[in-house]
Design a protein around this ligand. Structure first.
Ligand SMILES: Nc1ncnc2c1ncn2[C@@H]1O[C@H](COP(=O)(O)OP(=O)(O)O)[C@@H](O)[C@H]1O
Ligand SMILES: Nc1ccn([C@H]2C[C@H](O)[C@@H](COP(=O)(O)OP(=O)(O)O)O2)c(=O)n1
Length: 233
């Protein structure tokens, strides 16, 4: 399709549809898929499992280089391990969700994880869809396609709440989910190092009134357009 493997950056706050959209787009276009939030969750899980005080940035920074995080990029079966342990389940607990913004605000953590992400993107032979908070702005500023997804907080909380009810018995109710989500957005947008932000050259899409399938089709259209505009090799 293009002269080099296409890199697609999809950013936005929680519940806008980044993961579901990115996975589907990557699968349909035969590309890799990287969930960068899962990596921040994985390092947070390791900190909590090892008794590190996640509210002490110096303590977190001191051990940020220790865990070995490996992400599998098949969009049909993405994987994440820490020191060889499959953590796909444990990284989705409320405890990790409650601590991840503090850990991911620590510059030493971001430097480490950003390096990992750049290496994975550079080594993706068929191109890759990378989703997160700072992919278009910091991690891959030269990405071929940059998309920023948004949606009303009510829609985002309802989606997340529905998802948690499906997978986690005893999950918090809608109001609690909404409150936690807004608090996490504020922390992620307000941090000093590489906050959640739309890149100037990203295309924004409000997904509030759209179905997931509509969002997927729109993103595929943008990626295919970008491929057509690239010089032929
Ligand atoms: N446009 C949409 N309409 C309705 N539900 C959606 C839409 N996009 C995503 N969802 C659902 O919302 C939940 C959160 O989506 P997800 O892709 O995990 O968002 P994010 O990665 O941005 O946090 C999932 O259950 C997903 O199926
Ligand atoms: N590129 C990224 C991706 C995620 N993070 C941090 C901030 C987020 O609150 C957490 C968790 O991200 P994740 O994408 O799993 O969050 P969701 O629950 O899917 O919204 O990680 C980040 O700082 N930078």
């Amino acid at each position: 399709m293009s002269a080099h493997p296409v890199i697609v950056a999809i950013d936005g706050p929680s519940g806008t549809g980044k993961s579901s959209t990115s996975k589907a787009v990557a699968a349909r276009l035969g590309m890799g898929y990287l969930d960068t939030g899962a990596q921040y969750r994985a390092i947070t899980w390791w900190m909590l499992s090892n008794g590190v005080d996640v509210n002490d940035p110096a303590a977190v920074a001191a051990v940020a280089g220790k865990p070995e995080i490996v992400s599998g990029t098949d969009p049909l079966a993405p994987t994440i391990t820490v020191d060889g342990t499959d953590v796909a389940g444990p990284i989705r607990t409320a405890e990790v969700t409650g601590a991840v913004s503090a850990v991911s605000a620590v510059p030493a953590v971001r430097t480490r994880i950003t390096e990992l992400q750049r290496g994975i993107a550079a080594g993706a032979p068929a191109g890759i869809v990378v989703e997160g908070r700072d992919i278009g702005t910091t991690v891959l500023p030269g990405a071929d396609v940059k998309i920023f997804l948004t949606a009303d907080p009510e829609a985002r909380a309802a989606r997340r709440s529905g998802e948690l009810r499906g997978t986690a018995p005893g999950a918090p109710d809608l109001a609690a989910t909404r409150e936690a989500l807004i608090k996490r957005d504020a922390a992620d947008s307000g941090r000093t190092t590489s906050p959640l932000a739309k890149a100037d050259d990203a295309t924004e899409l409000d997904t509030t009134e759209l179905t997931l399938e509509q969002v997927i089709s729109w993103v595929i259209g943008v990626v295919e357009d970008a491929g057509r505009k690239q010089p032929r090799s």
